[in-house]
Design a protein around this ligand. Structure first.
Ligand code: 9MR
Ligand code: 9MR
Ligand code: ZN
Length: 551
């Protein structure tokens, strides 16, 4: 049987081969991973006679000594990728060192490392990517000899014309640019903040032990929270200046700037848009959650966040119907979304932050309307899981035990489905055959659902599947390529990212996960294809969380 194959997926060690000019560093773990990144003589287009390749070896990189030999799995076929794949499982090899894998008659992989700290660097880069996204400040960062720079940008943020005050403006500087564009969107800030802060809540000691290398913008705060505060400082400015509690849905120019534009060259007028009920709810959720994280370091600022959240929560209660953004003349991102799930999340965070019964009652009522559903697959337009997760892990008293049990059961069932999906996919992709705009972000984000299940019903399979998700993003996939810029084997070179396109550095800004394919095989590393190859804060937060869980 002649089968076109990409080289065997390995169920054991390798994750990422790093980019030049660094030595061939490879992130790996001792768990269950792929060793892709075969050298050019074994490109994925090559046709190999699979039945002839029955075994594999792992050799030490320094002296070529064979340290492990094993049999390849049987041939596994998968329709969506139209491939047959064999798996080389060397999970048993756990000795620290640098290795490569060899399949007789096929070729050898790049070198990879087995060590305890293989995720550390990737985590730091993924988190630093938020810093590099900062709006309203100059950036100067050197990565592997390349200098990434921007000047202070968007100092005119923003005008109030669309919130009823023609000709007026107020300070809306700061925050992160949303993606490959320079807009700032409240709804997307919400899910991003939640995901990052959940990582902090769960893994603060591990995160604190890894330096990101940020400037001093929030004295007394741990680095991770300095970065979050950069965003909440901006988010607070999205509230209407009239004190009503309304929150602008976004702050952007009327149209996206030209593609070859550095942030500081984007001089279009930018406006606060009118409010939406989802944006108000997401503002509440993020600020209420952040207030708890900030409290030990800065009680005054924590109170400011919670007070702002309360004002907007009260406003939401007074406005129980859906209010959508009106795009009017704007053609920038819409982030249109219905609000019951956002309101539910806001109630959960308010309850957790205050312990007040009204919020608990609101949550339980809204959760019931959602039928206590927990989703395996979720993105910025579905905040249901955020509320369910918060409630499930809360130590506060007063929960309805039946609701609590139901939600926990659904969380575990959803996580088990993710595990099962990864197990049946030849690349152990935890989303199996689901593909859409930004799905790589979901591959990362899903690990949060696994981690919550791991709290409720501890089982090594959840972390193992999270490692599968990370492995997938760093190269164990159909393309045999990393999806994270400047990291891993053969990473994307042409993300839809204005900075990367407009600066004169060869190689994109580092550490960013790109959106991914809309089918199993249609991803392209092309900067024009924003639907396949953009970068975005909500996707990036999923990657940060996944790596934090794996640390
Ligand atoms: O760069 C924009 C990207 O951030 C959005 O996701 C995408 C879809 O809304 O739009 C991109 O901007 C394009 C615009 O919609 C049409 N003209 C070309 C722009 C890309 O340069
Ligand atoms: O991530 C968003 C994706 O789910 C939508 O399908 C897409 C089209 O509405 O928009 C994506 O969000 C983009 C936003 O509108 C503008 N900034 C870039 C975002 C990522 O492409
Ligand atoms: Zn900016």
């Amino acid at each position: 049987m002649k089968t076109r194959s990409i080289l065997p997926v390995l169920l054991a060690s390798v994750l990422v081969g790093c980019s030049s000019p660094a030595p061939e560093t490879t992130y790996t773990d001792n768990f269950r991973h792929s060793a892709l990144g075969f050298l050019p003589d074994a490109e994925k287009e090559m046709t190999i006679n699979l039945p002839d390749a029955e075994s594999f070896r792992v050799r030490r990189a320094d002296n070529d000594k064979v340290v492990f030999e094993g049999a390849l799995s049987e041939v596994l076929s998968q329709e969506d990728v139209a491939q047959s794949v064999r798996i080389a499982d060397f999970s048993e090899l756990s000795k620290t060192g640098e290795y490569y894998l060899e399949v007789p008659g096929v070729g050898r992989s790049r070198n990879f490392v087995i060590a305890d700290n293989v995720y550390d660097d990737a985590y730091a880069h993924a988190m630093r990517a938020f810093y590099l996204w900062r709006c309203g400040t100059a950036i100067d960062y050197t990565f592997e000899g390349k200098r990434y720079q921007q000047d202070i940008c968007h100092q005119g943020d923003g005008h109030e014309d669309y919130i009823g005050n023609a000709g007026q403006s107020h300070d809306g500087t700061g925050g992160w640019h949303d993606a490959g564009d320079y807009g700032k969107y409240t709804v997307n800030a919400g899910i991003t903040g939640f995901t990052l802060l959940w990582a902090w809540e769960q893994f603060a000691p591990a995160l604190q032990s890894i330096e990101i290398g940020l400037p001093e913008t929030a004295p007394g705060y741990p680095e991770f929270l300095k970065e979050i505060k950069w965003e909440t400082d901006w988010l607070l400015k999205m509230a209407y200046p009239d004190g009503s509690g309304k929150v602008s849905h976004k702050l952007t120019a009327l149209n996206f700037s030209g593609f070859y534009t550095m942030p500081e060259e984007d001089l279009q007028a930018r406006y606060y848009t009118d409010w939406s009920s989802a944006a108000v709810a997401d503002y509440v959720g993020f600020l209420a959650q952040a207030s708890r994280a900030f409290a030990p370091y800065d009680a005054e600022y924590a109170k400011k966040c919670l007070d702002a959240a309360k004002v907007s929560y009260d406003f939401l209660k007074s406005y129980p119907t859906q209010k959508f953004l009106m795009q009017r003349e704007f053609t920038t991102g819409a982030y249109f979304t219905i609000d019951p799930d956002d309101r539910m999340w806001a109630a959960a965070e308010m309850w957790e932050s205050t312990g007040e019964k009204q919020y608990l009652e609101d949550f339980e009522q809204l959760a019931e309307q959602q039928k206590f559903t927990v989703d395996v697959n979720w993105d910025w337009d579905n905040m249901r899981n955020l509320g369910m997760f918060r409630y499930a892990v809360s130590q506060r008293e007063g929960k309805n035990p039946e609701i609590d049990a139901k939600i926990k059961e659904n969380i575990i069932a959803a996580a088990d489905e993710i595990v099962a999906t990864a197990e049946t996919d030849v690349y152990a992709r935890p989303m199996g055959g689901r593909y859409y705009w930004g799905c790589n972000g979901t591959v990362g984000r899903q690990t949060l659902g696994l981690q919550v299940a791991d709290i409720l019903s501890p089982d090594a399979k959840y972390l193992a599947t999270a490692r599968d998700a990370v492995a997938h993003l760093f190269g164990r996939n159909y393309y045999d390529r990393s999806f994270v810029t400047r990291l891993g084997f053969n990473p994307p070179m042409y993300p839809h990212d204005r900075r990367s396109a407009a600066d004169d550095v060869h190689g994109p800004w580092p550490g960013y996960v790109v959106g991914g394919g809309h089918t199993a095989t249609d991803w392209i590393d092309n900067q024009d294809s924003y639907s396949h190859n953009e970068v975005a804060i909500n996707w990036q937060a999923g990657l940060v969380f996944a790596l934090a869980y794996c640390l």
